[in-house]
Design a protein around this ligand. Structure first.
Ligand SMILES: C[S@@+](CC[C@H](N)C(=O)[O-])C[C@H]1O[C@@H](n2cnc3c(N)ncnc32)[C@H](O)[C@@H]1O
Length: 352
């Protein structure tokens, strides 16, 4: 490949095949490895904005189009040679380019609630208050409904409504079980620059198409959470976090512990320092709790030196809470979890 744009995208296929897809999605691993040397297939991503030219955007577009015809991506390609995939892509070039030019790779990963919930419960225990939760980068808002889901952390460690169709059952790593307490949530609101409406079938089909094809448990959780959210959808405000967070926070009841929650979000901000400054500014007006679930190193104060569980492959999110505009508590890294919530290690509350 000689076009520098194409070379850069081909490089993403190679990198993601090795570091993201290997082990997690054998189909994406195989397709991305071969596509990295296939300029015609790589070029299907050129209509996307440069930062969105990622192989999973192309794969999501393929899944979405196949799903429209009721065909699963594994059924279509897992036992077929790469040539079948490339021919299919080139036959559907126009539709694929129309998707890669208009959509972005999107998630709303319900599995992350298994780590967010005990983290928020810890803030509720520290403050002895009900919580007002504002989730930034909420997507379809599925994770705002976390107290409607059932959690199974091991024998005798279960909580949440028994009738819930959404059951989170991460593999538990480490010795300490997460705290078994359901916080009282008196206010919840999400904000997103590109929110997804749970009532919109097509939007939900796209979100589902962004789930990797072997990860059936993620797709099942997603479907069940969408069903639950359709019965009583969360309130979501559209807008950039830097422009809208102040207004949303202003709506939270004053007597609740205000939690600004985000997971898999901070990486998307071109200038994360401006978000950190905004939190400090809001915290000066009203004390708040910054509750995050992000890869290590992205949230100031959220680092852990303890070795990650062997089976994690070293890739994980750190969940924790820190006070802003108050000195009520030290920042605390409370949990480590698989990026999509497949496993959970409770690191413990250092103040216990
Ligand atoms: C990877 S998704 C994570 C969604 C959800 N937090 C989860 O864990 O499933 C990141 C979300 O952040 C939103 N986002 C990115 N930049 C944003 C910004 N500047 N302001 C508001 N939302 C933003 C995106 O639209 C997207 O919905």
């Amino acid at each position: 490949m000689t076009d520098p744009g194409l070379d850069a995208v081909a490089g993403m296929f190679r990198v993601l095949a090795e570091f993201d897809f290997e082990g997690a999605s054998p189909l994406y691993h195989r397709l991305a490895t071969a596509a990295a040397d296939d300029p015609e297939v790589v070029a299907l991503l050129l209509p996307a904005a440069p930062r969105d030219r990622m192989p999973h955007l192309l794969f999501a577009a393929v899944q979405y189009l196949l799903g429209r015809d009721g065909v699963g991506m594994l059924d279509a390609f897992s036992s077929a040679p790469y040539e079948t995939f490339r021919t299919w892509c080139l036959d559907h070039r126009q539709e694929l380019e129309s998707l890669t030019s208009t959509r972005v790779n999107q998630t709303n990963e319900v599995g992350r609630c298994a780590a967010s919930l005990p983290t928020l419960a810890t803030v509720a225990a520290w403050t002895r208050s009900p919580l007002a939760i504002v989730e930034v980068g909420t997507s379809a808002g599925l994770n705002l409904l976390l107290d409607r889901y059932r959690y199974v952390f091991g024998p005798g460690h279960e909580m949440g409504p028994t009738e819930s169709g959404v059951v989170l059952q991460p593999r538990i790593e480490g010795a300490a079980p997460p705290p078994m307490a359901m916080p009282e949530i008196v206010f919840r609101m999400g904000l997103d620059r590109q929110p997804e409406d749970v009532a919109d079938d097509d939007a939900m089909r796209w979100l589902r198409a962004c789930i990797w094809p072997e990860q059936h448990w993620r797709a099942e959780l997603f479907d069940r959470a969408v069903d639950a959210a359709r019965r009583d959808p969360p309130t979501i405000v559209r807008g950039d976090v830097l422009e809208t967070l102040g207004d949303v926070v202003g709506q939270a009841p004053p007597d609740a512990a205000l939690c600004i929650l985000h997971t898999a979000f901070i990486n998307y901000l071109p200038e994360p320092d401006r978000f950190v400054d905004l939190l400090s500014q809001l915290g000066a007006e009203r004390p708040l709790w910054w509750v995050s679930g992000e890869p290590p190193g992205l949230v100031p104060g959220m680092t852990s030196t303890a070795p990650a569980p062997a089976r994690s492959g070293g890739i994980h999110f750190l969940y924790g809470a820190q006070p802003v505009g108050q000195t009520a508590h030290e920042p605390a890294v409370l949990a480590r979890s698989g990026t999509h919530g497949a496993w959970l290690e409770w690191l413990g509350d250092p103040s216990d």
